[in-house]
Structure formats: C-alpha cells, structure tokens
Write a protein that binds this ligand. Structure first.
Ligand SMILES: *Cc1c(COP(=O)(O)O)cnc(C)c1O
Length: 384
C-alpha cells in the first residue's frame, strides 16, 4: 500500500534534501566543538554557527549577534517568557498573552503565575484574531512582556503583529512573538514591527528537529535571565555545546525559505483555494475555523457539524492529517483553540487540520478532496 499523503505540515515538515546536504559535513568530517578556540576543529565548527547566524538573522532584518540558538521553539518560548519575567518582573510584574497560544507558551505563562507574577490572558474573536483595542486596555506601565504568536499552529490565522508591537512599545513593554509557523513563510521585520523577541523552529521550515533560535533585540535593551547554567555559550543565554550540523541545517533552511517565500506562498494559496472550493461545493455545511483571508495559505482547519471525529479520521487512512489539533488529539479533549473561537461541542468533535507545504502536489490536493468528500458523505448517510 502506498504511504498516506502527508497533510500535516503544521506538525512538522520533511527535511529538504538541500538542507540535509548542508548538514552532512558536520555530522561526518567536521566534528569539532564550536567552543574550542585553540584549534582548527573548533574554528570550522564555529564558522558553521557564524554562517547560520547570518542566514537566520537576514530573514527578519536582524543582526547576527541577536540570534541565540536553542533546541527549538519550545525552549525559545520558555527562555523568552520566563527569562524576561525573571529579569524585569520586580519592576513590571505583568505578562500579557493570548488563550490560543501554543501549549509551551501557555505553560510558561502558568509557570510565571506560580512564581508570583501576574498573567493576563486575552481572548480572541470568533475569527481567531486578537483585538488591538482589548490589548491596549490591558498593556500598561506594569507590563514587562506581551507575548502573541505570529501564525496559529491549529487554525493558521495571522495576528496583527505590527499593531501589537506598537501597543507594547508605547507602554514600554517588550514584545515577544512565537513565530514557529511564520518565520520564513510570511514577511517579518523585527525592527519595523517592534518585535523584541522571536521564537523560531527548524523543523517547521524543512530543517531538522531539535534546533531553533530566539531572536533577542540588542542586549542592553532586552534583559533575559538564562534558564540553563553552564559554560556560557550563546552569549551566556543558552549554555550547552551547540550542535553544528543542526544549526547549519537551520541556517540553510532559513535561507531557502526566505528566498522562495513569495513564490511558495502563492503556490500554496493556489492549491489550498482549489481544495477549499472543492470541499465547499460538496459539503455545504462545512465550517472554516479562523479568519477567511487573514491566514497562512498552508493551513485549512474545518469542522463538520454533527459528525464524529474519530470515525472521520478512520475513513481517511490514505491521508496523514490531524484532527482539529495535534496536541488535543493526544490528550483526547476538545481543541482549546476551537473552543476559544466559540465553536461548540458539535462543531469541535469533527474538525480536520489540513496542512500543505513545499512538496504537496496538485494530485495530492485532488485525492485529498475526493477522500474527504466521500468520507463525509458516507458518515452523513449513516447518521441520517
Ligand atoms: C511547533 C511549534 C512550537 C514548538 O516548536 P519545537 O521546535 O518543536 O519545540 C511552538 N510554537 C508553535 C506555534 C509551533 O508550531
């Protein structure tokens, strides 16, 4: 049997073979420790980090020294949120974030709450977007950090980053964005958008798993308490020997994504529009979750009212996709993101998150459309 068609690009992306090629020398020949300053083995490894730092920084108009390599976006989010609250919380005890953030942001916020800081959780509208007026009302001179993700990993909506950045800056607060689903995919300019901290993940941009980065605006202005004690790598912010192969892969993945950004987004929009049109034509009661147009075109999250999600997925064995939320399905609850946009029981039980990307073909889209339409029609026939 053929392997299922991969439609879960928000969960992870395949490794681009050009990325693998950039990584290979550091897995095989160049095994040095980038921290070894006394010999060529170390210098070669360090040069790989230097290049990757430039490649990552260039994507967001940042300086190479503002990039801190981490094990991924989860670590970057922990470092940004806990690190800023610990550094600034005595003077500014408040953290403002949003109910639809990734679990690692929500759990970092929960940790801050346990440590005695104040946490303000903003709701989103039925379109999944943060209302800038509501944000303005809670961001004040007691706020250290505003943390709002760029592109939502479940429903794909793009938050108004430039406006959020302006609001945070006007109150003297720092602005952090979890850009795991946005970096290399939509234009991001750290300076122009007043972004002080940004989290990045390698495996969401066709790079390797286990590597990511935190962008941190010039250190005099952004105080962050390290979360790892050790040898003082990454400017003291993230101790531990950096993995040159993974970092080289992240750098190459960043450059490739950035170079092909507008072309790739256009390609995905064409494919996704075609799938959406097909599904809407044959399943008129299908609901789109999240804003209709302010969204990343590689994501489609849809609900089928009245149907059962497990039965639906069971009918779709030829497609590798996720029910409404990858994380939610692991713990068997309704998706908290769908709940946050006001979807009720009947609408969250059967939701699909369809994620397409660089290697998705026209044929994949047509097969997926046929399979989903058939499955939904079959289940509806059983219900009625
Ligand atoms: C994948 C993802 C993360 C976690 O990234 P890792 O690199 O796997 O730790 C965090 N936030 C968002 C929005 C994501 O999509």
């Amino acid at each position: 049997m053929a392997p299922p068609i991969y439609l879960d690009y928000q969960s992870t992306t395949p490794l681009d073979e050009r990325v693998l090629k950039a990584m290979m020398p550091y897995l095989a020949t160049h095994f040095g420790n980038p921290h070894s300053a006394t010999h060529a083995y170390g210098w070669t490894a360090e040069a790989a980090l230097d290049l990757a730092r430039e490649e990552v920084a260039a994507v967001i108009a940042a300086k190479p020294r503002e990039i801190v390599f981490t094990s991924g976006a989860t670590e970057a989010n922990n470092l940004a949120i806990k690190g800023v609250m610990q550094a600034l919380g005595a003077k500014r005890p408040k953290l403002v974030t949003v109910v639809t953030e990734h679990k690692c942001v929500l759990q970092s916020a929960a940790a801050c709450l346990r440590d005695g800081y104040e946490v303000e959780m903003l709701p989103v509208g039925s379109d999944g977007l943060v209302d800038p007026d509501r944000l303005s009302a809670v961001v004040d001179e007691r706020t250290a950090l505003v943390s709002v993700m760029a592109v939502n990993n479940e429903i794909g909506v793009v938050q108004p980053l430039a406006e959020i950045g302006r609001i945070a800056r006007a109150a003297g607060a720092l602005f952090h964005t979890d850009a795991a689903q946005a970096f290399g995919k939509i234009p991001l300019n750290a300076e122009a958008m007043n972004i002080d901290l940004m989290s990045i993940s390698g495996h969401k941009i066709y790079g390797p798993k286990g590597v990511g980065a935190l962008y941190r605006r010039d250190e005099r202005r952004v105080a962050v308490r390290p979360q790892m004690d050790g040898g003082g790598q990454e400017g003291g912010l993230r101790s531990g020997t950096q993995p040159p192969a993974l970092v080289a892969g992240l750098g190459r993945a960043a450059r490739l994504s950035s170079d092909g950004m507008s072309q790739e987004a256009g390609h995905l929009k064409t494919l996704m529009d075609r799938l959406k049109t097909r599904l809407r034509a044959d399943i008129p009661d299908m609901l789109l979750n999240g804003h209709e147009t302010t969204r990343w075109p590689g994501n489609l999250n849809v609900s089928f009212p009245g149907l059962d999600g497990d039965l639906l997925l069971a009918e779709l064995r030829g497609l590798a996709l996720s029910s409404g939320a990858a994380c939610a399905s692991a713990v068997e609850g309704p998706s908290y993101v769908l709940e946050a946009i006001g979807r009720g029981e009947a609408e969250t039980r059967a939701a699909l998150r369809i994620g397409i990307g660089r290697f998705t073909t026209d044929q994949d889209i047509d097969t997926a459309g046929n399979d989903i339409v058939q499955a939904v029609q079959k289940l509806k026939g059983l219900c009625s």
